[in-house]
Design a protein around this ligand. Structure first.
Ligand code: 5GP
Ligand code: MN
Length: 348
């Protein structure tokens, strides 16, 4: 029913790697989002079903609104439970790297993974995976989410019947969050075949939507109002926009991790805006987190690579800049200036 993702050779390699492994670690990128967490839970449930000792190790915590995801509690956090995380990573003989394409996306944890004796497998949908450290790279940028890839892998491996309700809920949640509730990157008809298969597991997709998108604190919605009213600026005659969030802005609204999630999409609701950029002072490091979103064929990943030490997808990218905020703002202004011709000609 679904187009197979893996060639027979890849399928054989993957099965062989799993068969030979006794202890497995599944990890995903820093600041795990719904896709990173959902894919890790779904894949871990599958591997545990094969009676493999499998643990999830994440570089740091995921946002509060993902706590309701069944299975979220099984994630060990490298920054908080450092000794246990290192132990699991160094004892493992197979490590799955989910939803990222290079170890730099793990920040500090990347060094431990690089040093670990385990064989490594990337399963991801970002462009240009770094295959230099892996035994197998399963890279499918045409897929909407890593969760979609995980579902297709499990199905191709003959594991559909064994997918539990909770694993189905986790996989669905990641597919939903990486497509903004199936409003972008979601035109492949097979996505809806997958959804209907997941629904046969008894998941309540409407509840899963509310758990993620209608589950915020009062502070978050007030912070959103403040950003839109006071902080949002339009550039390039309304073709681009920028807002910043400083630590003092965040403190004022009792910011907790994940509270600004999705804000960067909002300015794209304005007609004619093709590129939305946000700059947020990190609460843990001296970095400014850059998020970029675009519509149509404006490639914000190119801009992220060229100006913001980052990368990502054509319509959703990120990166980082050093402090202070003033110079980060100047970098954004320079980037918008450099891409002005493309902003004028790109189509939505
Ligand atoms: P967000 O704006 O949600 O932090 O990131 C959006 C997307 O941009 C992520 O899914 C990821 O693909 C990409 N991204 C974010 N930060 C970085 C980064 O520092 N480096 C690279 N290469 N990609 C990033
Ligand atoms: Mn993803």
């Amino acid at each position: 029913m679904l187009t197979p993702l893996l060639t027979n050779k890849e399928l054989f390699t993957l099965l062989q790697l799993i068969k030979e492994a006794r202890r497995i670690v599944v990890c995903a990128h820093r600041s795990p989002d719904g896709d990173a967490l959902g894919a890790s839970i779904g894949w871990t449930c599958y591997l545990r079903g094969l009676r493999k000792t499998t643990n999830i190790v994440m570089p740091n915590a995921f946002p509060d609104f993902l706590r309701s995801m069944p299975g979220a509690g099984m994630a060990v956090l490298f920054d908080k439970q450092n000794e246990l995380s290192s132990h699991l990573i160094h004892e493992a003989d197979l490590i799955f790297c989910l939803d990222f394409n290079a170890l730099s996306r793990l920040e500090g944890m990347g060094e431990d993974i690089a040093r670990a004796k385990a064989k490594k497998v990337i399963i991801d949908h970002h462009l240009d995976p770094d295959s230099s450290f892996t035994s197998l790279t399963i890279s499918h940028p045409e897929c909407s989410s890593t969760c979609e890839i995980i579902f297709r892998l499990i199905e191709q491996l003959g594991g559909f019947d064994a997918i539990s309700h909770d694993a189905a809920a986790a996989i669905y949640t990641g597919m939903m969050t990486d497509t903004g509730g199936f409003t972008y990157n979601s035109n492949n008809p097979e996505i809806y075949t997958i959804i209907s298969l997941l629904l046969t597991k008894g998941i309540d997709k409407d509840q899963l939507y509310r758990n993620v998108f209608n589950n915020y604190t009062e502070s978050r919605i007030r912070l959103m109002g403040y950003v839109l009213f006071e902080k949002l600026r339009f550039l390039a005659d309304g073709r681009a926009s920028l807002f910043t969030l400083t630590r003092s802005d965040l403190d004022r609204f009792h910011y907790i991790r994940g509270d600004a999630e999705g804000f960067v999409n909002l300015p794209l609701q304005v007609r004619g805006n093709k590129l939305s950029i946000s700059l947020r002072e990190d609460t843990e490091t001296d970095l400014i987190r850059v998020s970029l979103r675009s519509v149509g064929n404006f490639p914000c990943n190119k801009m992220a690579t060229e100006f913001f030490n980052g990368g990502g997808h054509a319509n959703a990218s990120g990166g980082r800049l050093p402090w202070p905020m003033e110079s980060a703002i100047a970098t954004v202004e320079k980037a918008v200036e450099a891409y002005l011709p493309l902003l004028k000609t790109s189509t939505t």
